[in-house]
Design a protein around this ligand. Structure first.
Ligand code: PEP
Ligand code: MG
Length: 854
């Protein structure tokens, strides 16, 4: 027997690691090791020479035994057993000998794409153990049928063919009538095999027509042809025989739905839902709300180019030149990226360059030129067609590449541009789909949006913050598959983090009823939004607003904010070519204070760095910008810029100061790490006030975003107030990048370590100054309740959340929840804390908010 041998790809397709297959039976390796291909063809071929040892009655699964006695399962698509063979034609029969590359089955791609859960085709080594599989192409690569796919190396630890040891212990037998709708197909067969190995038993199945077959042999089980209604005798040998039989009887005696329920929790919360189920896309809730509307994909605005061209020769020459220029600029970008060590970025540019060199694309564009179109228009048409083909492939990985193609389309077309790009107007109430979005792009279209779904992004990113401010339903981190979603009347449930692209009429009807009930609740909440948030046990909490512009201050006042808890002043500095002048800033700060009519307004000094960069400010290169110059640390680097801001704040505070009393405008400094740092700013504020001859100094507060600040009780003595920025505090405590979609689900302020820091901070401030929270957690009703129980005086939330947070607080009994804190703080996870608090709130909420208020 050779020490290694190779197998070839059975079909053209995109290589997908098994663990990414959205079916736990394959992803968890229950059936064995292997890989999956997302097919780009319509025929499965033999990956090696061998004999067909099993063909499913439903034609969707074939097992082949190769010359080394390895058994290979080719499973066409996912859940294709449900098609009962429809759309699949077998080209071989049981026991046929096949040679590498022989066609095994042909399928109707359109039919399967529409009727099966996915076309992803796993290829699994089901027996025997003892071979190590080495995947030859990289995940995400496209392999062609017949190209090398695997190398199998003989592993020394468990040689194939090793005789199974006999199983000691008792033997039990039971009979069950199979209730699985499609009989014993690959997935329940794999479960049986797992039951046997989990309980360390030998498990055999026999029927009236078939002698006992060991569940270790997948092909043996499948060849039994067990249908729904067949009586099966199960025999288990081993110490846990009885428990194993219980599990096996339960599995075979229930309809298939129980298989789905066994899927791991991660599959339910598909943060990167690569293959969504039936038009459903899941993401992280970034701004709650429910909306029904047309789905629209945001593509980069294309330059306006002349439609008709000069002579074909001239247009071809112009197109060739534009492509050359785009290629040169990609080469430069590639060099810069690889010199800076950003290899992944360089690889993307490399792939773009390969696309530019694609002769089929160029030939298509040339054909359009021959038809009389200009070079730019011809390129647009050629790439539109290519993008449509990719999108129609229903292949999530290829769909992700549509964006790349759009990029190239734009880059070449801009050489023909006659005027600035134009973006097609959005239909009213559109649910917009995009890979990601800049804050300025969001601000430009937010007015006409109904909802937003991003493939990337995090719940604390600026677009999420801006969406919450507007009460615009938004989900993020949905994964690239989102970019394929299409639908005339889609439904975005941003509370649950689900986009349904094509809900059924019945579902739409139910959603409309839900929307109308929510509208009633919103109206009720809005009627009470201007009243104070006093808990059931008489504790009043300030509910202020987080804003980023003067326009949002008006919104905050209209929504019943008790003040402004955080004005992110850096938003005034973003997306422009130069910093706003001091008078320009002063006007904005004054407008904000005036809009709040005497209520306190906390304006934060510039928080630039890390996720917020200014094009006109060159900060020193730092390997990890989140740990470099940002927030207050900027002061040493850009003293004039920050002095200018202090002056604008001092003047606005003086001009808006009420006749009797301190200024309503307060100043807050971000990213403070210790007392000395805070004192430098306090001294600087006094110096600037002296220079401007202002004697009534505004209150000065410190943000608690760095764990060292939370552990510095001296800050509460030096500052007039503290405000906890839980977005950054959680980021730095948990060492999890707040921008990382992969970590977004774990960045929870209710993590016990973060809560303990908050508790220490509040205890340190006790008797010295008030403490608020202005991070996103304040907008989360459950987290808000815990924060108030810990002793927080003020919650600052997005304007659209004020009414809801006040409503929740009015139903809260603070002392009841506070009594639970010692237990909560000793728990091990945020999930455990969430569950306990949620159960506590549900049982103690004896009066509904309506009864409490009316
Ligand atoms: C925070 O970190 O919680 C905060 C409010 O500041 P920002 O989100 O602007 O960094
Ligand atoms: Mg912060």
């Amino acid at each position: 027997m050779p020490a290694f041998f190779e197998l070839v790809a059975p079909i053209d397709g995109v290589v997908i690691p098994l663990q990414e297959v959205p079916d736990p039976v394959f992803a968890e390796g229950t059936l064995g090791p292997g890989v999956a291909l997302d097919p780009l063809g319509d025929t499965l071929h033999a990956p090696c020479h061998g004999r067909i040892i099993q063909c499913a009655r439903t034609r969707h699964a074939i097992t082949l035994r190769d010359e080394q006695d390895c058994e290979w399962l080719l499973h066409l698509g996912l859940d294709t057993v449900e098609l009962n063979g429809e759309g699949i034609e077998l080209l071989i029969s049981h026991d046929d000998e096949v040679h590498t590359g022989d066609p095994l089955c042909r399928f109707d791609v359109d039919y399967l794409a529409r009727h099966a859960r996915a076309l992803i085709t796993p290829m699994i080594l089901t027996a025997p153990v003892g071979w190590a599989l080495e995947l030859l192409p990289a995940p995400g690569d496209i392999v062609r049928q017949g190209e090398p796919l695997f190398r199998l190396v003989l592993s020394e630890e468990a040689p194939p063919g090793a005789a199974p040891s006999s199983t000691p212990g008792q033997t039990s037998t039971r009979t069950v009538t199979v209730a699985l709708e499609h009989g014993l197909h690959a997935r329940p067969a794999a479960r049986l095999r797992r039951i046997a190995s989990q309980h360390q038993v030998t498990l055999t199945l026999a029927t009236d027509d078939h002698p006992p077959i060991d569940s270790a042999s997948l092909s043996g089980l499948l060849n039994m042809g067990i249908l729904c209604g067949t009586d099966v005798t199960l025999t288990a040998a081993g110490y846990q025989a009885s428990t194993a039989l219980d599990a096996a009887v339960h599995l075979l005696g229930q309809p298939d739905t129980t298989l789905e329920q066994e899927a791991p929790a991660e599959a339910d919360h598909a943060v990167s839902a690569d293959t969504p189920a039936a038009g459903q896309y899941t993401g992280l809730p970034a701004s709650p709300g429910l909306i029904i509307g047309p789905l629209v994909t945001l593509s980069p605005a294309l330059p306006n180019v002349p439609e008709r061209g000069d002579t074909p020769d001239r247009e071809r020459a112009a197109l060739d030149k534009a492509i050359r220029q785009a290629r040169d600029s990609l080469a430069r970008a590639m060099t810069t990226a690889s010199q800076a060590g950003r290899q992944e970025e360089a690889d993307v540019f490399e792939a773009h360059r390969a696309w530019l060199d694609d002769p089929t694309l160029l030939a298509a564009a040339h054909r359009h030129i021959d038809d009389g179109f200009g070079g730019g228009e011809a390129w647009r048409r050629a790439l539109d067609a290519e993008a449509a083909t990719l999108a129609a492939s229903l292949n999530p990985l290829l769909a992700g590449r549509v964006n790349d193609l759009r990029d190239l389309q734009q880059q070449v077309m801009q050489h023909f541009a006659t005027s600035a790009p134009s973006q097609a107007p959005l239909p009213p109430g559109a649910i917009l789909i995009s890979h990601d979005m800049t804050p300025s792009a969001f601000a430009a279209i937010a007015q006409s949006l109904g909802g937003l779904c991003l493939a990337a992004g995090g719940t604390t990113s600026h677009v999420s913050i801006m969406a919450r401010a507007r009460g615009l339903p938004c989900i993020v981190a949905c994964g690239e598959a989102l970019l394929q979603a299409r639908g005339e009347r889609a439904c975005l449930d941003a509370e649950a983090g689900i986009l349904e692209s094509t809900p059924t009429p019945e579902r739409l009807e139910a959603l409309e009823r839900q929307l109308s009930a929510q509208q009633d609740a919103r109206e009720r909440i809005a009627r009470h939004a201007h009243q104070p948030a006093t808990t059931r046990d008489g504790h009043t909490v300030q509910v202020a607003a987080n804003i980023g512009s003067a326009e949002e201050a008006a919104l905050a006042a209209a929504h019943g904010a008790d003040g402004i808890g955080l004005f992110r002043s850096e938003l005034l500095f973003l997306e422009r070519d130069a910093a706003p002048s001091a008078p320009e800033q002063q006007t904005v700060y004054t407008t904000v204070v005036q809009a709040m009519e005497g209520a306190p307004v906390i304006i934060r000094t510039l928080d630039i760095g890390a996720d917020k960069q200014l094009p006109y400010l060159t900060l020193p290169e730092t390997p990890n910008p989140a740990l470099g110059i940002r927030g207050v640390r900027l002061w040493a680097h850009e003293p004039e810029l920050l002095d200018q801001q202090l002056d604008a704040l001092l003047l606005a505070a003086r001009d808006t100061r009420p006749p009797h009393g301190p200024p309503a405008l307060r100043i807050m400094v971000p990213m403070i790490s210790d007392v000395a740092e805070f004192m430098t700013i306090k001294t600087r504020l006094a110096e600037r006030a002296g220079a401007l001859e202002i004697d009534a100094l505004p209150e000065l507060g410190a943000m608690i975003e760095v764990p060292s600040a939370a552990l510095s009780p001296g800050l509460a003595r030096a500052a007039d107030f503290l405000s906890i920025g839980t977005n950054d505090l959680a980021q730095y405590t948990l060492a999890m990048d707040r921008e990382s979609p992969a970590l977004a689900a774990r960045m929870d302020v209710l993590h016990p370590a973060v809560l303990r820091l908050i508790k220490l901070c509040i205890e340190g401030a006790h008797g010295n100054c008030p403490v608020g929270v202005c991070g996103a957690s304040a907008s989360d009703p459950l987290a808000a309740a815990v924060l108030v129980a810990l002793g927080i005086d003020e919650l600052s939330v997005e304007p659209a959340r004020i009414g809801t947070i006040k409503d929740g607080l009015r139903q809260l009994n603070v002392s009841g929840l506070a009594a639970l804190l010692p237990d909560l703080l000793t728990m091990d996870s945020a999930e455990a804390i969430r569950q306990t608090v949620s159960a506590h709130l549900a049982t103690t909420k004896t009066t509904s908010s309506r009864e409490a208020l009316e």
